[in-house]
Ligand binder design. Structure first.
Ligand SMILES: *[C@@H]1O[C@H](CO)[C@@H](O)[C@H](O)[C@H]1NC(C)=O
Ligand SMILES: *[C@@H]1O[C@H](CO)[C@@H](O)[C@H](O)[C@H]1NC(C)=O
Ligand SMILES: *[C@@H]1O[C@H](CO)[C@@H](O)[C@H](O)[C@H]1NC(C)=O
Ligand SMILES: *[C@@H]1O[C@H](CO)[C@@H](O)[C@H](O)[C@H]1NC(C)=O
Ligand SMILES: *[C@@H]1O[C@H](CO)[C@@H](O)[C@H](O)[C@H]1NC(C)=O
Ligand SMILES: [Zn+2]
Length: 665
């Protein structure tokens, strides 16, 4: 152990350094003692979680401390406001876990990264698993280490919510969808006369609108894994983590977990649940409902975990989703990308699932069995290719059987969502259901800067919401169902005028070409709602009549690599904005010379190692209708979406049921 004066001076120096850093030893742990869940965490009464404690001893680098020897004699207490501090073992009536030890390394800044001089840290740690706090109130968790150092975490256990006000919840997530994109999609698909729309998006017709802030726990720009976790569990996490707080150990699966909305719902009410996505089903947004890992890229293990639970680390096994529809056949076909190389179609079939691999068989599914529908490899081809430029589908090698044939009999988000509702309605019965339905490629195509494809998928989402509302009314569930439409984060996209694509193509030189952009009064009106030369894509109302007018929207992005821009729809398939250049290192991207050869160069704002656009800071909208709709107005945090849904479902429980915290009701 080290002397007191010494410790304090060293820690003060550490704090000033840590608070200025964007590279961190461990996000959400600026001191050498870590409590996870950290300070400022919220909990639902009765929600299961793990508590991880770490004491760090940096071996070298600017924080070097105590010769790299971590304090193994640390202690931890919890105290309810106005109460007495108790040890964790006593408070939760659990046994004391074994001490664990490991080391890890990190870079303190870009100079250290360039010089390849990582700082090494030795760690002593304990984890208490499967805890729950039932009494609402303020709690203080105090870790004591290195004699007289303390790290304090203030926790809030939210109020009880015993009354179930909504029988069903349908949560639509437009991945990466912002108000700006919704505005642009409306302009493309809905005709306006003298500034007045003649029809509206379905989202426009929701009675309540709120705004959620999307920041990660330790960075202000989030990714889809930890933002999905915040929406589903009420706990923020770090980029790439889902259903866990990120600890410093090398094992991705031993991190402290938090219980998600569907795990709670099955445990408390025995409801049915499902996830539908146009992404691979193991992609972050769908898998964060049932997966717990430091890394969203553990696709195969996350699929296994969603079916079989996480038995290695003592977690609830809620028996798998009732409905799981999406892409990502790689994790189901036996092979290098499935868990232990096994056949997960067979495993799901053995667990009682009906399996569907195309739209025809999806529509023929009954309503009573659990259902797995995997319709292609990777993510779905986007709506524009599935419905307008359909010849592009032939070039995909994405059959759900794992062969290199194209998947041609693909359902859309609407067919998957409506079938999911019928199955969940029957399986949930009086206990109701929870469905998450994700329009994934709004995000994926925004990353590719393919704005037309992103907006096509946004319109597919809106069409799905419209059909869902009508279907809920038809089956008599509209008044029982809370319907939410929101996003997990945004991209810095907006429209600033129109572009005369004919002038742009014929003009010579980048500066002359930019004359084609019309701003203010020169922006004119939407040409997407007008038939041109008898061409109509026949995709029905609420979609553009013409995707390739001469006068298009001029739009752009707040964060992008170098690109060529011509403001035209990409008829031959999704945009590939950048390419590597011969003679440069691989991670060095330039505007792809084959994209928009008639366009002009827009130099990027991102590091040249980024081949695509990235997420942005913006708050995102939350549209609500149905029971509890009134609590979704205003501006709040992404975790509040979870607490609002949980309170509407009566999931905040005291420990009052026979069988204790883990028994079904
Ligand atoms: C810390 O020690 C490791 C292992 O000896 C070494 O690779 C690394 O460069 C050192 N880092 C610093 C910042 O000195
Ligand atoms: C669980 O434990 C088994 C056996 O030790 C191991 O093969 C498997 O990889 C572990 N799974 C996870 C998700 O850690
Ligand atoms: C659709 O899937 C069913 C089984 O799920 C299969 O029998 C049928 O051949 C498939 N159709 C096509 C066009 O692949
Ligand atoms: C499934 O439920 C829907 C809606 O209630 C109904 O129209 C359909 O006939 C049902 N399908 C089967 C196979 O029972
Ligand atoms: C702008 O982009 C072009 C094409 O990628 C590139 O040659 C040029 O160096 C860029 N300019 C700057 C200032 O990065
Ligand atoms: Zn994204």
């Amino acid at each position: 152990m080290i002397g007191k004066a010494n410790t304090l001076a060293a820690t003060a120096a550490l704090l000033s350094l840590a608070s200025a850093q964007t590279f961190r030893r461990l996000g959400s742990c600026p001191t050498l003692g870590c409590v996870l869940p950290p300070d400022q965490s919220d909990f639902l009464p009765g929600q299961l979680f793990d508590l991880r404690l770490e004491v760090h001893a940096p071996v070298n680098g600017s924080e070097a401390f105590n010769n790299g020897v971590p304090d193994e004699e640390f202690s931890v207490t919890i105290k309810k406001e106005g109460g007495k501090a108790k040890s964790i073992a006593e408070f939760f009536d659990v046994s004391e876990p074994e001490l664990e030890k490991w080391d890890f390394s990190w870079y303190e800044d870009l100079f250290a990264q360039d010089a390849d001089t990582p700082s090494v840290v030795n760690v002593a740690s304990k984890i208490y698993r499967k805890l729950a706090i039932y009494e609402p109130g303020n709690y203080e968790v105090t870790l004591k280490y290195y004699d007289d150092e303390t790290t304090t975490a203030n926790w809030v256990v939210r109020p009880l919510a015993m009354k179930k006000r909504a029988k069903n919840v349908i949560l639509f997530i437009g991945d990466g969808m912002t108000t700006n994109m919704i505005t642009a999609a409306r302009l493309l698909a809905h005709k306006s006369i003298n500034g007045k729309y003649q029809s509206l998006l379905q989202m426009d017709q929701f009675p309540v609108l709120g705004h959620q802030m999307t920041h990660s726990i330790d960075s202000f720009i989030t990714d889809s894994a930890n933002s999905a976790s915040a929406l589903y569990s009420g706990h923020k996490s770090s980029v790439n983590a889902l259903g866990v707080y990120a600890d410093s150990s090398p094992d991705h699966f031993d991190d402290p977990k938090v219980e998600t909305i569907v795990e709670l719902l099955v445990r408390v009410w025995d409801s049915a649940w499902g996830a539908v996505s146009t992404a691979a089903i193991a992609d972050a947004t769908p898998i964060a409902l049932s997966g717990h890992s430091r890394s969203r890229y553990d696709y195969a293990a996350l699929v296994d975990m969603s079916l079989n639970g996480l038995s290695n680390y003592s977690w609830t096994n809620q028996g798998g989703p009732d409905v799981w529809f999406g892409g990502g056949a790689e994790q189901f076909v036996p092979g290098s990308e499935s868990y232990n190389g096994e056949d997960y179609y067979a495993k799901f079939a053995d667990a009682g699932y009906e399996i569907s691999l195309n739209k025809t068989s999806l529509l023929e599914l009954g309503n009573s069995s659990k259902a797995l529908g995997i319709f292609c490899q990777s993510h779905f081809p986007v709506w524009l290719d599935r419905n307008v430029f359909t010849e592009n589908l032939e070039s995909f090698e994405n059959s759900p059987t794992g062969s290199e044939e194209p998947a041609l009999d693909l359902p859309g988000l609407k067919e998957m969502t409506l079938k999911a509702i019928d199955i969940l309605h029957e399986r949930g019965g009086d206990d109701g259901f929870f469905l998450m339905s994700e329009a994934a490629s709004i995000d994926k195509q925004m990353h590719a800067l393919d704005y037309d494809r992103a907006l096509g998928d946004l319109l597919e989402l809106d069409d799905t919401v419209r059909a869902t509302v009508a279907h809920l009314a038809a089956i008599g569930e509209l008044d029982n169902t809370l319907v939410l439409v929101t996003a997990d984060h945004g991209h810095g996209f907006d429209v600033f005028g129109n572009a005369d694509t004919k002038y742009l193509a014929e003009a010579k030189g980048d500066r002359q070409k930019r004359r084609a952009v019309g701003t203010y009064d020169q922006s004119g009106l939407s040409h997407y709602t007008e038939e041109a030369g008898g061409v109509s894509y026949g995709t029905g109302p609420n979609f553009p009549v013409n995707w390739d007018p001469r006068y298009t929207i001029a739009s752009g992005f707040g964060a992008h690599p170098d690109i060529r821009e011509d403001y035209r729809v990409r008829r031959r398939g999704p945009r590939e904005p950048t390419s590597a250049m011969p003679g440069f290192e691989e991670d060095n991207y330039f505007a792809n010379p084959e994209e928009s050869p008639d366009g002009f160069i827009v130099n990027g704002t991102l590091p040249t190692s980024e081949s695509v656009g990235v997420h942005s800071l913006t708050d995102v909208p939350v549209f609500a209708q149905g029971p509890c709709q009134e609590i979704f107005g205003g501006v709040y945090n992404n975790i509040d979406v979870f607490y609002k849904i949980a309170s509407c479902l009566g999931l905040g429980r005291p420990n009052d049921r026979p069988g204790g915290s883990c028994g079904k009701h």
